[in-house]
Ligand binder design. Structure first.
Ligand SMILES: Cc1ncc(COP(=O)(O)O)c(C=O)c1O
Length: 417
């Protein structure tokens, strides 16, 4: 855990990041993993340019899941072919942007996503590799978020791939090069990690047989736990490298020579312990027998929506906002998720929804209060929505909020000058 004091002259509230701690965490994770393997930094954990540069120089690749994260990684000097572009729903224009920048590896979560990527790669005259994200049959036990064995926006059900292997074969401009088997996050038990990676390795073996292929890449995911907003140190996994190495020898022989290349992803293990939020007490008082401490920072600076208990659970009515392009079956219940690369991006588990298909326009009414301004707008780097104001049917204004990083002079703790 980084223990640096707040440098003199820095105005609070302030986050302080220690990149030496980032290098230490990266080295610890590398030691814990079987070699050869590659670690992708999950940019969603903290896209600060200095963290990205530190991890790039240390040897990490980058896992990105929005156009903002692609741009942040490229700006930090990552080679485009060292990026893995993931996410359960990608806008075509964002894929086009990534292709123009030279990104060559994409994780895909459905047949539609493979076809979408193939069409765009062909139009751009690019050949790309994709990793098929698979939603395995078993939920992996552990304290963190579970992303497999349950209904999810992430990946294709294992059974669906086994039932129609040809549907997941390479396309002219897209090589089906590997698998993406991210199963959960924030796991601090070595046994639980070994269990999930063993499961993933056996699934990779099974799918190689079914698709009659030899994987070039198997991304086993990650989920390496770290403390959050409480004191504590990183968990260690002293036996993981050997135990997992033995499993890989059995399930994916050839991995020691790089076929398949074994890759992992980690966000919090690499970034959590490097940062501290410094803030000041503004007031202390007694209220009905309790001490109340008022700080400069609240959920606006840490914890986000989880602290905003005045908001009711969201259960939006999603209605069609245009003529559906085609009738595609009956209305019925559906899980409604967004495009963010986290299972928490969920509007409803079982909402009644009309029949819809990619491209249809939908609408949620009555969100003028606690809508955009109560949202976690910087998390994951997607562009903000346009805001259009109409008056009597006439457009009064159309705008989009932007956020800009402003370098501060040295008196504020900046480095320039
Ligand atoms: C696909 C994928 N990779 C990496 C991560 C990063 O997880 P963590 O910060 O727990 O390492 C996540 C988190 O949700 C994820 O969904």
């Amino acid at each position: 855990m980084a223990r640096d004091p707040l440098p003199a002259g820095v105005e609070t509230p302030a986050y302080l990041y220690d990149v030496a701690e980032v290098r230490r965490c990266y080295a610890l994770l590398r030691q814990a993993l079987p070699q050869p393997s590659t670690v992708y930094y999950a940019v969603k954990a903290n896209p600060h340019p200095d963290l990205l540069t530190t991890l790039r120089v240390a040897g990490a690749n980058a896992e990105v899941c929005s156009v903002g994260e692609v741009d942040a990684a490229i700006a930090a000097g990552f080679r485009p072919d060292h990026l893995l572009y993931t996410g359960p729903g990608k806008r075509s224009r964002d894929i086009q942007h990534a292709l123009e920048l030279g990104v060559t590896e994409f994780s895909v979560d459905s047949r539609h996503a493979i076809d979408q990527l193939a069409g765009l790669a062909a139009a751009a005259d690019r050949r790309v590799r994709c990793l098929l994200r698979v939603n395995d049959d078993l939920a992996v036990p552990g304290p963190g978020l579970v992303m497999t064995g349950v209904s999810s926006q992430f990946g294709v059900d294992l059974g669906a791939v086994l039932a129609d292997p040809a549907g997941f074969a390479s396309r002219p401009n897209v090589e089906m090069a590997g698998l993406h088997l991210y199963m959960g996050s924030n796991i601090d038990s070595e046994d639980a990690l070994v269990a999930q990676f063993t499961q993933a390795a056996h699934t990779a073996h099974r799918l190689a047989d079914a698709l009659r292929t030899r994987w070039r890449v198997v991304n086993l995911g990650g989920g390496f736990g770290a403390p959050f907003a409480r004191s504590g140190v990183l968990p260690r996994f002293p036996g993981l490298a050997d135990r997992l190495g033995a499993t890989l020898d059995e399930a994916l022989p050839g991995w020691r020579d790089g076929t398949p290349a074994i890759t992992f992803e980690s966000g919090r293990y690499l970034a959590a312990t490097c940062g501290a939020l410094f803030t000041r007490v503004l007031d202390v008082k007694e209220s009905h027998g309790k001490r109340v401490v008022v700080l400069e920072s609240g959920v606006n600076h840490l914890g986000g929506m989880s602290g905003l208990r005045r908001l009711p659970q969201i259960a939006p009515d999603v209605e069609l906002a245009g003529t559906p392009s085609e009738t595609v079956g009956p209305a019925g219940p559906a899980q409604v998720s967004g495009p963010l690369c986290t299972p928490l991006d969920l509007w409803a588990r079982g909402a009644e929804l009309p029949a819809v298909r990619p491209g249809d326009l939908v609408r949620v009414a009555n969100v003028g209060a606690y809508g955009l301004s109560a949202s976690l707008v910087t998390f994951l780097g997607h562009p903000l929505p346009t805001e259009v104001v109409v008056d009597g049917g006439q457009i009064r204004s159309s705008s989009r909020l932007t956020l800009t990083r402003c370098p501060l002079p040295a008196s504020h703790g900046g480095t320039d000058g």
